[in-house]
Write a protein that binds this ligand. Sequence first.
Ligand SMILES: NC(=O)c1ccc[n+]([C@@H]2O[C@H](COP(=O)([O-])OP(=O)(O)OC[C@H]3O[C@@H](n4cnc5c(N)ncnc54)[C@H](O)[C@@H]3O)[C@@H](O)[C@H]2O)c1
Length: 262
Amino acid sequence: MARLDGKVALITGAASGIGRAAARLFAVEGAIVVGTDIQFIDDDVWRDDCGTESLFVHQDVTDEAQWTAVVARAAAHGGGLDILLNCAGINGAAGGDPPPQEPDVIGLDIWRQVNRVNAEGTLLGCRAAIPLLREGRGGAIVNISSIAAQKGWPVRTAYGASKAVVLQYTRTVARHCAESGWNIRCNAVLPGPIDTPMINPPKGKPLAGGDGRAGADHVPMKRYGDAMEVARPMLFLASDEARYITGVGLNVDGGIAALTVD
Ligand SMILES: NC(=O)c1ccc[n+]([C@@H]2O[C@H](COP(=O)([O-])OP(=O)(O)OC[C@H]3O[C@@H](n4cnc5c(N)ncnc54)[C@H](O)[C@@H]3O)[C@@H](O)[C@H]2O)c1
């Protein structure tokens, strides 16, 4: 028996990177996957990747009204909802000439944009999904925070703050659901540098070298992670194997959290 047999998983940010890897993995593990993203994916490409039972829906996670429609559509498609992965995110550095983010110069526009997608998008997702998870068989939410929530990182001022919100909000959701007697767990992963389009954008300055090692000197394991290395811990947290785990932030960072000095 696969680890997610009979489960319906809604995954945001599913067109790329970690969300895409999770969509593939969850499908292999038996879930009916409903993926969403602000980018479009061809239906055939999506179903080739994530199985004929899967569905792709276009969604902007910052749009409150879309969330109501998306969770309803996912539940209608799969016959309920068991898992929410909030993977959609931005770091404010995309494009050829990203605005500076250091604390003394950052503009409110980039601060708000990054926090809207990462923090508010996660809030809206949990808020929309909890009633469905509560009504059904119970469920699991996995949010993506970041090692940036735990370290000062001047060139990503807004990003670090938004991911700290995600981590703190995850704990609050976990406690609220547990103390309310709902069978809903909520956990977060805190990835370190993962070689995805966020770090190696099609346009703009890449942070990671092509071999996954260049520029990774600050990582104790001396390499960048790959998307599947984050998707697998997300699978564990979403599955019944983690049924007594809620409110944790799991570092998936090649050992960065173990560093006492930068
Ligand atoms: N790559 C890393 O090093 C790293 C490290 C820590 C945390 N993370 C987090 O992991 C998550 C996935 O990032 P990734 O590395 O796979 O990057 P990615 O850019 O490959 O994927 C992010 C996805 O989110 C989507 N997205 C962006 N804004 C959206 C919106 N408003 N509505 C819906 N979808 C939207 C993008 O289209 C994209 O498909 C993000 O939350 C990111 O902050 C990444």
